[in-house]
Design a protein around this ligand. Sequence first.
Ligand SMILES: [Zn+2]
Length: 303
Amino acid sequence: MNSIKKIDIHSHIFLHKKYTPPSSFSSCHTALSPTELIEFYDRINIEKGVLLPSVSPEWMFALSTSEDAKEATELYPDRFLWFCSLDPRGAGNSPDADWSKVIGFYKELGAKGVGELYAQLPFDDPLMDNLFYHCAECDMPVTIHIAPTDTVYGYYGIMDDAGLPRLEKMLKKHEKLKILGHSQLFWAEISDNGQSDVRVDFPTGRIEKEGRLASLMREYPNLYCDVSANSGANAFMRDPDYAARFVEEFSDRILYGTDYGNPYSRFPFEFDAWLERFREDRMISEDNYYKFVRGNAEKLLGL
Ligand SMILES: [Zn+2]
């Protein structure tokens, strides 16, 4: 099949890798330098990726700032785009903070969106609500990582309950805001999980009953899917027939990503091979394949 160069909607780098301490989430991410990310991109036919800064300490103690993402993009303009990122507790820890000034500043510099947001606050916390308001005002899409509400320890991410009611509240309230959903707790909702609490995990097996995700996608045209990391790849690979229907119905709002931050992780390669078979078996049309790996990102980011 003709090879279409992909765009990665979700990646991270650490500009000063030499001075970056290891992540405490050792199974998850280690720091990757810009050149290491480019080497990975060359192996799986990715033309360019969106660098997402990480500025809340819940994930990695070391921060990767918007300024770092901008600088890496200046060094490799053909390979990277960048989002700016903010911690809603910053700028005075106030629900009245004028984030438009900050977001507008980064937008002027070339930022294409905001994220990855994962400060551990409830989705509908006044600080989050205010930040979402300003993202919408500045017409910037946001990438979010979701964490559970039932425990504050051991997780990072914006907190929501099963069924994602708080995300729904924000989608409804900020209808101009485009939200890219990501993480285990987002993707677990591809299936109705009944009473079982698998949402912090990588649930496997066929999707017997559709989850909340499809209904949120139907109801809120401002919701997008970031199909990155083990969580996104697993959600598709666990049931190719359902994935085919999901892609067909929401073909304009699903975006390919990697979230590759650990040189030992296999999932981006497994997902890549799976995706090629998915395409060869015509489970996805050529049009929709193009939209998924490239076209939707071009449109969303105005490339
Ligand atoms: Zn990430």
